[in-house]
Design a binder for this molecule. Structure first.
Ligand SMILES: [Zn+2]
Length: 158
C-alpha cells in the first residue's frame, strides 16, 4: 500500500535535515564552524562535502571543504569569485557573481527536499502539499465540516 500524505503550508513542515546541502551554511574556506553535509553526486561521481580521513593536511581531515574547494572539484572555480555578492535574489540563472550563488544554483543543491519529504518518500509513500491560500482544496476541511454538521444534528451538547 502506498499512502499519499497531504500537508498544508505550515512553516513547521518546512524543515531541512541537519546535513541537507545548503550553500547558505557553507563557509568560503575549509574547516571552521560549519555543518557537516551529506555526500552528493556531481557528474555521476560521489562528491564528499568533507575531506577524507587520510587527507595530507591533518587539521582538515573529515572537516568541511568549504565552497571554494567544492567548486574547484567541480571545475566551477573562477579566480576573482567573491564569497557573496550581497544580492538576496535567489532566482539567478547560471550565476557567476559569487561562490554562494554559483553553488546555490547547482542542481543537487536546488533539489534538496524537506525532511518531511525525505522521511515519507524514504518509506515509499508519497507527499503532496496543498496550494497556498486555497483552503477549499484541503479535503480535511470537508471532513471537519461533515463531522461538525453531524454533531450539530445529533448532539444536544449536554
Ligand atoms: Zn551572487
Amino acid at each position: 500500500m502506498v499512502a499519499v500524505i497531504a500537508f498544508d503550508n505550515s512553516s513547521s513542515y518546512a524543515k531541512l535535515a541537519d546535513d541537507t546541502l545548503n550553500a547558505a551554511y557553507i563557509n568560503f574556506n575549509p574547516g571552521g564552524k560549519q555543518p557537516i553535509m551529506r555526500d552528493t553526486i556531481f557528474n555521476e561521481q560521489v562528491q564528499s562535502m568533507v575531506f577524507p580521513a587520510n587527507y595530507p593536511n591533518e587539521n582538515l581531515r573529515e572537516k568541511p571543504k568549504g565552497m571554494r574547494v567544492i567548486l574547484q572539484e567541480r571545475g566551477l572555480w573562477g579566480s576573482g569569485l567573491k564569497g557573496f555578492c550581497g544580492n538576496k535574489e535567489v532566482s539567478i540563472e547560471n550565476p557567476r557573481c559569487c561562490v554562494y550563488h554559483v553553488l546555490a544554483a547547482q542542481e543537487d543543491f536546488l533539489n534538496q527536499k524537506l525532511i518531511l519529504q525525505e522521511v515519507i518518500e524514504g518509506l515509499e509513500h508519497k507527499v503532496i502539499f496543498y496550494l497556498k491560500f486555497h483552503c477549499e482544496l484541503n479535503y480535511i476541511k470537508m471532513y471537519w465540516r461533515a463531522s461538525k454538521r453531524y454533531t450539530w444534528q445529533h448532539c444536544n451538547y449536554t
